[in-house]
Design a protein around this ligand. Structure first.
Ligand code: ZN
Length: 132
């Protein structure tokens, strides 16, 4: 039920699942988290993802787009209008597609580290290795 590692919790968040049980939905609407997990009743109201998912989406999109922009302009020598028509929709789709997974990962991280009122929970055998 409770994830063994932070990576497991983050992956659950990325998939839009509750970071604690991995079964309940995290979001009611696109970017609106539910107040409680419908399966394990984890209180999700302490989450404070704020703008961080958008920063993650911008950072990742920018790093993926930069080589593409360089390749399109140097190797294919596209006209500026053609560049805009290709790159702007692609960037929008990438950023909008990344927002919910990024928000899920941020909420999972906040839960895992016990931030903003989340109660830090660990499997009993992980207590010794987590005390860094
Ligand atoms: Zn749950």
């Amino acid at each position: 039920m409770i994830p063994a590692t932070f990576a497991q919790a983050a992956l659950r968040g990325i998939r839009g699942k509750c970071p604690r049980c991995g079964e309940g939905r995290l979001f009611g609407k696109w970017l609106k988290p539910l107040e409680h997990c419908p399966v394990c009743t984890l209180d999700l109201t302490p989450q404070r993802a704020d703008d961080f998912p958008a920063y993650i989406a911008i950072l990742v999109t920018g790093h993926l787009m930069a080589p593409l922009i360089i390749m399109l302009s140097l190797d294919f020598e596209l006209e500026p209008l053609a560049m805009v028509l290709i790159l702007v929709p692609l960037a929008l789709v990438m950023m909008l597609g990344m927002l919910q997974p990024a928000k899920g990962a941020v909420i999972a991280a906040q839960w895992w580290f016990g931030l903003h009122g989340f109660v830090k929970e660990r499997l009993p055998e992980d207590n010794a290795s987590d005390s860094m």
